[in-house]
Design a protein around this ligand. Structure first.
Ligand code: HAM
Length: 420
């Protein structure tokens, strides 16, 4: 019979490597928690229309990459390709906008896009994200950007670059869109791209093909079309970033793959990842709430890619997490010893000492091998004779020295030795 593998574009996370994933998620969340962001969990699937209206029907994400299906109950649902639409949906549903503003939220979880898999691009991937809703204060944009940069720095990454742009608002963007369209209509483009010029011209700027990029050098940039309010907003974001000591690079051609963005947009890039260089990205989305049927509720946020951040750490040679392992490993010889040692191990665990037992009754040799592999510093070995004497053998696995310790004292003794 044939066996199964994880589906194309997905992978399993196994110990010990999986420890690094937990460490990355924790490091991304830590700065948010110190800045008043509360944890939110929303469903992994939502109504398909939420993404169509929120993310935008002409985006690649919605038109080509969604895992959409009709349920047995005839509901049209989609595995979330990103987190912002669901968070905004939840904020509208629970009327969070009626409370204290901004509403600051963070999340961590799985996302799904039917993309062509390659290094750093998966069909099932993991993000940590943050959203601040209800105020359009540019200082909030800067706060979020600074918190992401802090997370990368705390992880030990030194090669993350911040690319910054403003896409303007729904008043000034149409002016830019028209100018860009006029420019693009004069270029030598294939039919698909010409169609895109009419539907979503900003996306053409993101076309990676050299023959397209070569023609875009003189394309108008959105920064030249910003109205006064958008210009002031962008200046204020940059001023606060300077105050916070965050460095950035102006990226006048940075457009993002999701349609909801307004004003500030940014991407965190790493040069060690090849083509998939964005380790995170985000921006402001002041019209999203209204697009999905909610009240006016400006917002700004980002999502950091956990998988790509791991690749960036690897590229820089940074170790983020030690092996989880245990500190004490118990080797019982016989049924009675096993019963006793299981209780000792339980007592150790209750004091916060990581401990394990050789399960499976594989004999002394196999059990000692398991003790060595466990990473433990100490082994507890006991047979019938030890129990009759009321002791267990405490073995230092680094020096191989062994001494009997009274059973009643072994937990205290180990605690003391591990503190030394
Ligand atoms: P995004 O740029 O589509 O933004 O994704 C954010 C990050 O998720 C990317 O920079 C990348 O690191 C990671 N990522 C995206 N797709 C994949 C994939 N197929 N495989 C591996 N990693 C991937 C968003 O998702 C927005 N919701 C961010 C946001 C929040 N904007 C405002 N608030």
């Amino acid at each position: 019979m044939s066996t199964f593998s994880a589906p194309k574009g997905t992978f399993d996370l196994l110990p010990p490597d999986s420890e690094a994933v937990l460490a990355v998620r924790a490091a991304m969340a830590a700065p948010l928690r110190t800045a008043g962001y509360g944890y939110i969990e929303t469903p992994v699937f939502e109504d398909t229309a939420l993404f169509e209206r929120g993310v935008g029907e002409s985006t690649d994400v919605v038109s080509k990459e969604m895992y959409s299906f009709v349920t047995r109950g005839d509901d049209h649902v989609t595995l979330r390709p990103e987190g912002t639409a669901g968070v905004v949906r939840a904020a509208i549903q629970h009327r969070l906008y009626a409370g204290t503003l901004p509403v600051k939220l963070w999340y961590s979880g799985s996302f799904f896009r039917y993309e062509r898999p390659q290094a750093g691009r998966y069909r099932h991937f993991s993000q940590v994200g943050a959203e601040a809703l209800g105020v359009d204060d540019p200082a909030l944009d800067a706060e979020l950007i600074a918190l992401a940069m802090r997370a990368y720095a705390d992880l030990g990454l030194t090669r993350v670059r911040l690319l910054l742009n403003s896409l303007g608002c729904r008043e000034c963007r149409p002016v830019y869109r028209a100018a860009l369209q006029e420019f693009l209509r004069g270029l030598d483009l294939d039919e698909d791209t010409r169609r895109r010029v009419e539907i979503n011209p900003l996306r053409v700027l993101d076309d990676k093909r050299p023959q397209v990029q070569a023609q875009l050098t003189d394309a108008p940039v959105v920064g030249d079309s910003l109205d006064e309010a958008c210009r002031a907003h962008y200046d204020a974001v940059r001023a606060t970033l300077s105050d916070l000591g965050v460095q950035w690079e102006e990226a006048p051609r940075l457009v993002r793959g999701l349609d909801y963005y307004t004003r500030t947009t940014f991407e965190f890039q790493h040069d060690g990842l090849g083509a998939q260089s964005a380790v995170g990205g985000g921006g402001r989305y002041d019209g999203l709430s209204e697009d999905v049927g909610g009240p006016p509720m400006p917002g700004v946020g980002w999502a950091l890619g956990v998988d790509r951040t791991l690749l960036a750490l690897k590229a820089e040679g940074v170790e983020v997490a030690g092996v989880a392992g245990v500190q004490v490993f118990a080797v019982p010889l016989g049924a009675e010893a096993k019963q006793r040692l299981i209780s000792v191990v339980d007592a150790l665990r209750r004091r916060g000492i990581a401990a394990d037992v050789a399960y499976g009754d594989r004999g002394l040799k196999g059990a000692m091998k398991a003790a060595d592999r466990s990473g433990a510093r100490w082994a507890l070995v006991a047979g019938d004779r030890d129990l009759a004497d009321g002791v267990v053998q405490l073995k230092d696995l680094t020096s191989a020295e062994q001494e009997p310790v009274p059973l009643s004292e072994v937990v205290d003794q180990l605690e003391k030795r591990l503190q030394q």
